[in-house]
Design a protein around this ligand. Structure first.
Ligand code: SF4
Length: 198
């Protein structure tokens, strides 16, 4: 989702500030500029989100990281309910190729994807064994997704946030962030990932 800059909000307890800073330092290598812990009770899962996938998105039924390959809203909510703490990952970029499927666009997507999955790995090694990424945008590790054939990089395969039926804007508002949808492809915008933590 392409959303303009955010207003930072107050972080919550449950993970040390030291580890959050370590995650941020690593995340910066991948273009992230903020990492915020928050309660999963703030995550909004809604049925209508998959309408946006099913009607109006060319990626529907073409990727392992998008519906219908990903959990339905009820299952997604049940999974979120198994966590109490999550991390919001925030990056900023601009991308004149946002609506295209070219190498420049893919390079940005892959960087974002690898950043989120590498932070998840770091958290797992720190003892957060339930850590699981919901990544911004769609997986672009392959030029064309192998779906429905076997994924070429199954260790890095994760659902996108939207495919998990998460209302990103509603969730950001719950976190005290006032997002605005970028209306022109030349505008810079913020992008988001979530790591379900514990
Ligand atoms: S790694 Fe390749 S095959 Fe697997 S989900 Fe991503 S794009 Fe599809």
């Amino acid at each position: 989702m392409k959303i303009q800059k955010v207003i930072p909000f107050k972080t919550r307890e449950g993970i040390s500030q030291e580890l959050v800073q370590q995650l941020l330092q690593k995340g910066k290598q991948y273009g992230l500029n903020a990492v915020f812990p928050f309660s999963t009770g703030k995550i909004v899962v809604a049925q209508w989100v998959q309408l946006k996938c099913r009607y109006g998105c060319s990626r529907y039924n073409t990727s392992w990281c998008c519906p219908p390959a990903t959990p339905d809203p009820e299952k997604a909510q049940a999974i979120v309910n198994e966590y109490s703490l999550a991390l919001l990952l925030v990056g900023s970029t601009s991308c004149v190729d946002f609506y295209l499927n070219n190498n420049r666009k893919r390079t940005k997507q892959v960087r974002c994807w690898k950043g989120t999955v590498s932070l998840e790995r770091m958290l797992f090694l720190k003892g957060y064994y339930k850590a699981f990424s919901l990544v911004g945008e769609c997986c672009a590790l392959c030029k064309t997704c192998a779906y429905p054939e076997g994924c070429h990089f199954p260790q890095e395969k994760r659902p996108s946030i939207e495919s998990f039926s998460i209302d990103v804007i509603g969730t950001l508002k719950n976190l005290g962030i006032s997002p605005r949808v970028a209306s022109h492809k030349n505008e810079s915008y913020s992008y988001y990932g979530i790591i379900l933590l514990q």
